[in-house]
Ligand binder design. Structure first.
Ligand SMILES: [Zn+2]
Length: 764
């Protein structure tokens, strides 16, 4: 951990990656004079000042280096992996637009999100009597009144309560791009989404201040949580360091993002949110920047990645570099972390990643959602600027997370720091793993895939999506988890005191076209295998309808029909999953590569590069690629440095990580290495899934189910978010009740509960 400990003799610092054109920032610690030197490595190392603890080093050749800091009586080393820069041009993101899902697995998951979960979010947001996690559309209605100089109520809920309204707008917009294919429940939900958008959009826009600023906690007076008179909003200055924790950028960012998918959904015909988002982004750009504008950074990041995503979108919609200024503002906000005018009370802390300039951060620390949103925004800036220091920090942070602070489910955040990361290799199974941090990781990995054209980053976001993120919802889509520990002993809730994840989960999961494909200058990348029909625009000068027929992840056989509007010569890059991207985990037997690949029935032996099997030829409508990915049950073990998984094993089948549940067996029993493990399709179990059968050490039957289906049968668990939060009538009934916090005795009882569902099981 990069904490400010008392000086000790010779601590060189954390391991990192450096892009060869750049430098690494060294911040050694030593109680006596100390000197830097190269211990090993293939090339020359130049230190700016080898006798200064705080200095930089540059490298003339790629490869693995060890740097040494030697003080009077001790020395310490750090590892630097020097890499060549990423390709000059990134892969291009595929925007979500009208598409069709044809997948046993994904149709079921999408249906519950569309027919149950999003409508539930709408209903809670529409209420004005919610007491646990309040603050919905009512805040926008009141802010509109205030701006029209009518009597207005006080702001409700957290300062960031606008966030779940914007996320739900984005989730509705994405869900409206999914073909209902005659499903009456989906069609009915979509009618509700259309009506809700028509109701909400004027209310949201009426809350936008004349200069474009939008956050109702700054427009309305706030409830004084200590009692007494309300706090008058005209006392709040926008972007003031005393209000760094007020989530101005966090809520603004979700609004910009919602406008992208809303504009896409309307076929670029309804520009109400798009234009309002430009006005808001302009407001930020006009006020924040080099003098005479203001310096600023937000306590909770999100605006940074949103400004780049929106800036690129504006560039694509309008051309002429009209979105460039938003991208510049994003970089400015990131560069202000640590360096901006400070409020000594709360600035420069690991919690919000302001402890060092972002280009000098190599270890993932602090609040995990804030962290992933920062790193995701940094990955964008690295791509836009080709700044090697940005690239080095981004690769280092990614490497640190995936190889030292990463759960097998693709989740992050042990919760040992406030809602955040613990030290390297400290991965307790009673993890925090907030659902929003999983969304953040999906975005971060995705941007690394776009920057590096490397399929391994898709392995990661697929892992996070199938396990950590899908596992947050129940199978009916009526309850969700805010935290996602690997040893689970709580029930999901319908809402939460802090409902930041409620819209984030569906808006992220449903953007299938964006996750499934990416565009290269010479072709298309098939990143995820999901039965679907998706049109990808403007590839090699034509639009291509991509039709995937597959039962993946239940079956490894995949057919991809490529229908370009006009015949063209281009490359199709098919991702070949390689589930060994984290050095923390080892799966046996190894399951890599392709079983087979044919084009129009003829066998092809493709070159596999950066995790993609590439087929380059003239493509015409109806050409068909058939491939088979190997799927086998794998045993997973973790490195010995992780204390919580020693002597334990986990199970994997393709992208799916498995759980052992009390509902099926005594989960304190041991699963010995000698037990044969066989997959079995169980149409009768939890909506139909591939179960894994085996035998415990005592000869009794063992059954494992995928993590996304965990804890759907145990009805006696205490809810995660308080004693009443699992009861829909609490929110939806005639009176909203204030929940009783659990008593001290109940809290102790909950902690003492043995888990009901686990990922890691004893082997002996
Ligand atoms: Zn959240």
């Amino acid at each position: 951990m990069a904490s400010e400990d008392a000086p000790v003799d010779a601590i060189a610092g954390v391991d990192r990656v450096t892009i060869q054109a750049g430098k690494t920032y060294l911040r050694g610690k030593a109680a006596s004079p100390a000197t830097w030197s190269k211990e090993s490595g293939p090339g020359q190392v130049a230190f700016q000042d080898p006798h200064s603890l705080i200095t930089t080093a540059t490298f003339d050749k790629p490869g693995s280096y060890v740097l040494k800091l030697k003080a009077a009586n001790s020395s310490s080393t750090l590892n630097v992996s020097v890499e060549t820069p990423p390709p000059p041009q990134q892969l291009e993101a595929v925007y979500t637009r009208n598409f069709k899902i044809d997948s046993k697995f994904w149709n079921a998951r999408a249906k519950v999100l569309i027919a149950n979960w999003i409508p539930h979010c709408i209903d809670v947001i529409n209420r004005n009597d919610v007491t646990l996690g309040p603050g919905g559309i009512d805040n926008f209605i009141e802010a509109g009144k205030k701006l029209r100089a009518e009597p207005a109520g006080e702001h409700k809920g957290y300062v960031f309560s606008n966030a779940w309204v914007h996320q739900t707008v984005e989730a509705m917009s994405v869900a409206l791009m999914i073909d209902p294919q005659g499903d009456a429940d989906i069609a009915a939900a979509q009618e509700k989404f259309k009506a809700t958008l028509e109701d909400w959009i004027p209310k949201i826009l009426a809350a936008q201040e004349p200069d474009g600023y939008l956050q109702t906690a700054f427009t309305l007076n706030r409830v004084n949580s200590r009692g007494g008179a309300a706090i008058e909003s005209n006392k709040f200055v926008h972007w003031d360091s005393k209000h760094r924790g007020d989530h101005e950028g966090y809520t603004a960012g979700y609004f910009l993002e919602s406008a992208i998918n809303h504009y896409q959904m309307s076929g670029k015909k309804d520009a109400r949110l798009y234009n309002a988002a430009k006005k808001l982004a302009d407001c930020w750009h006009n006020n924040l920047g080099p003098a005479p504008r203001k310096p600023w950074y937000d306590g909770h990041q999100e605006m940074e990645q949103a400004l780049v995503r929106f800036g690129r979108f504006v560039n694509d919609m309008e051309g002429g570099g009209r979105g460039d200024k938003y991208i510049e503002t994003a970089k400015f906000l990131l560069d202000c972390r640590y360096t901006a005018a400070v409020n000594p009370d709360r600035d420069r802390q690991e919690y919000d990643q302001s402890h060092l300039p972002v280009t000098q951060q190599y270890e993932a620390v602090g609040h995990a959602v804030r962290a992933t949103y920062t790193y995701s925004g940094m990955a964008d800036v690295a791509v836009e600027t080709h700044d090697p220091d940005y690239q080095s920090a981004v690769r280092s942070l990614w490497d640190n997370i995936v190889n030292k602070k990463y759960y097998l489910t693709g989740g992050i955040g042990s919760g040992e720091t406030s809602e955040g990361f613990g030290p390297n290799y400290s991965l307790r199974n009673n993890a925090y793993c907030e659902s929003c941090s999983s969304c953040g990781m999906v975005f971060f990995h995705w941007k690394m895939n776009l920057a590096y054209h490397d399929a391994r980053y898709v392995d990661n976001y697929e892992e996070t999506m199938y396990n950590a993120l899908l596992g947050s919802l129940d199978l009916e889509g009526k309850h969700y988890y805010y935290t996602n520990p690997l040893d689970a002993k709580m029930a999901r809730s319908t809402w939460h005191t802090c409902p930041c994840c409620v819209g984030n989960i569906p808006r992220t999961l449903l953007m299938v076209p964006t996750w499934a494909y990416a565009k290269a200058t010479d072709g298309i990348c098939v990143n995820m295998y999901i039965g679907s029909t998706i049109t990808v625009e403007n590839v090699a000068g034509t639009d291509i309808e991509m039709v995937q027929e597959t039962d993946y992840p239940w079956n490894g056989k995949i057919a991809v029909t490529i229908n370009p509007k006009v015949p063209k010569h281009f490359s199709v890059r098919l991702r070949v999953p390689n589930r060994t991207t984290s050095k923390l985990y080892r799966s046996t037997p190894e399951v890599n590569g392709l079983v087979s690949l044919t084009v129009n029935g003829a066998r092809v032996k493709p070159v596999i590069e950066k995790g993609y099997a590439t087929v380059t030829r003239n493509w015409k409508a109806g050409d068909k690629i058939e491939l088979e990915l190997p799927l086998k049950v794998q045993r997973v073990t973790a490195v010995d440095k992780i204390a919580s998984t020693r002597g334990k094993v986990a199970l994997r089948y393709g992208p799916l990580i498995y759980n052992f549940e009390k509902a099926d067996q005594d989960i304190t029993k041991a699963l010995p290495p000698s037990s044969a493990l066989t997959p079995e399709w169980r149409g009768d179990l939890l909506g139909g899934l591939m179960a894994i059968n085996g035998k415990f050490a005592d000869g009794s039957k063992m059954l494992a189910i995928p993590n996304y289906a965990r804890l759907n049968r145990d009805k006696d668990l205490p809810p995660e978010a308080g004693p009443l939060a699992a009861d829909p009538s609490f929110y939806m009934g005639p009176t909203a009740r204030q929940p009783e916090p659990p008593s001290v005795a109940e809290q102790a009882q909950r902690r003492a509960r043995t888990p009901s569902s686990i990922i890691w099981i004893e082997t002996a």
